[in-house]
Design a protein around this ligand. Sequence first.
Ligand SMILES: C[S@@+](CC[C@H](N)C(=O)[O-])C[C@H]1O[C@@H](n2cnc3c(N)ncnc32)[C@H](O)[C@@H]1O
Length: 190
Amino acid sequence: MRKIISADRIPGMMPAPQLDYLAEQASLHQRVVEIGCWRGRSTRALCDNCPGTVTAVDTWLGSPGLEDEILFMEEISQDPDWLYHEFQHNLAGVTNLEIVRKSSLVAANFFAMEKKRTFDFIFIDGLHDYENVKRDISAWLALLETGGVMAGHDFGFPEVKKAVLDVFPEFPVDGIADIWVIDKQARSTK
Ligand SMILES: C[S@@+](CC[C@H](N)C(=O)[O-])C[C@H]1O[C@@H](n2cnc3c(N)ncnc32)[C@H](O)[C@@H]1O
């Protein structure tokens, strides 16, 4: 039984069926990383279902398109770092969470060069413009274990879709309700 009740109480961009997809993937993997966590809605779905560790990578400084919400929340909370504090609050008590407050590419380099760690489920939901999605996929693909799964949000955004299809031209992208998915096992055998 997948657990998304706590996640579904957290404001965010992801509808419940997509939270359920993340929960299912998390339940099948041990070393999960999410790039772009916002207030923690998707992160909570991953943590509540993962038998291993979930690494949350974000600057918690926001992204283009989210400026209005950030300014509004900054004003009503009187806290310039409200987003990070809210993420911490929404994930309070979760014991399988590792927070890495770095930008995506710096974090990927940190895991590759310093920590020498890989992941078996990588979920990308940081910046959504063509160049950055391509950069994120390339940087994190190097950290994906054979047999692991890479996925990302907002396949319906034209720039995201183009970037994904440009990086994986010869492999089918299995889009699940706005989530794109690449299975590394399938990529290496098809
Ligand atoms: C669309 S939101 C993520 C939504 C979240 N996954 C959810 O479902 O609730 C994008 C997030 O990416 C973060 N972000 C933007 N640029 C980033 C970068 N270069 N590296 C890491 N995180 C970044 C923003 O701070 C923001 O929290």
